[in-house]
Design a protein around this ligand. Structure first.
Ligand SMILES: C[S@@+](CC[C@H](N)C(=O)[O-])C[C@H]1O[C@@H](n2cnc3c(N)ncnc32)[C@H](O)[C@@H]1O
Length: 210
């Protein structure tokens, strides 16, 4: 893995390019994460310090992370409270964890931006299709690969906004993608582990895949 990566190495670490234009898809893409996904992350991922959630919405994932990682300080920011993450340049001396907005290429942008800004680890809840894509592979996966992918082998029913119900028609598959701290990212001396999270009790089979 390391040898292959070095052969393809294009730059020393992932870099966020120009921020994409923000469009209008479902307001600000406010599909909020159900609480159990914080606990699924905590089964396999240990934070290295304080956590920034840079697209926190009403704070559903922040609440879940507080439950999953008691004693860890968690700061939530969002464009709705005046913090446009695409414009952030200040590094964060800890971990960055979020379920980012997707439209207009923002999920890729939030991921590379987080790898640029976090001194600690990065964990992103993303569609499983994030693993593919030749451009993404050259610019990210073969340069700064995740050290851990937590497969969520069931449908995640995101909440439609702060007051909305879970969206049961969800048809994408998701995984947590986790990167090590900056020092390890720069050394690049690690492989990628894959873990499967167990099914959660309140997930029904309505739109499940097997
Ligand atoms: C998919 S939702 C996830 C919310 C929360 N992270 C969660 O998991 O429950 C995406 C969030 O990104 C926020 N957002 C969209 N564009 C943003 C930007 N440029 N900077 C910061 N937050 C943004 C939206 O307001 C929305 O709350």
């Amino acid at each position: 893995m390391t040898g292959t990566r070095n052969r393809w190495k294009l730059m020393s670490t992932a870099r966020a390019e120009k921020p994409p234009e923000q469009g209008k898809r479902r307001k600000l893409d406010d599909y909020e994460t159900p609480p159990h996904e914080g606990l699924q992350l905590a089964r396999f991922f240990k934070p290295s310090g304080n956590i920034l959630e840079p697209a926190c919405g009403s704070g559903r994932l922040v609440g879940a992370l507080k439950e999953a990682f008691p004693g860890v300080r968690i700061t939530g920011t969002d464009i709705k409270t005046g913090h446009d993450y695409t414009k952030r340049t200040k590094t964060w001396a800890g971990d960055i964890i979020t379920n980012p907005p997707y439209r207009d290429g923002l999920a890729d942008f939030f991921t590379t931006k987080s790898l640029e800004l976090a001194d600690g680890k990065v964990a992103m809840l993303l569609q499983s299709g994030f693993m593919w894509g030749s451009g993404r592979c050259d610019s990210l996966h073969l340069v700064t690969p995740p050290e851990l992918i937590i497969v969520l082998p069931y449908r995640v029913y995101f909440f439609e906004g702060p007051k909305g119900k879970p969206i049961k028609s969800q048809y994408f598959n998701h995984a947590w993608y986790c990167w090590p701290d900056r020092a390890a990212r720069e050394r690049g001396d690690y492989g990628t582990r894959v873990e499967w999270a167990p099914k959660i009790a309140d997930n029904d089979d309505e739109n499940d895949f097997g």
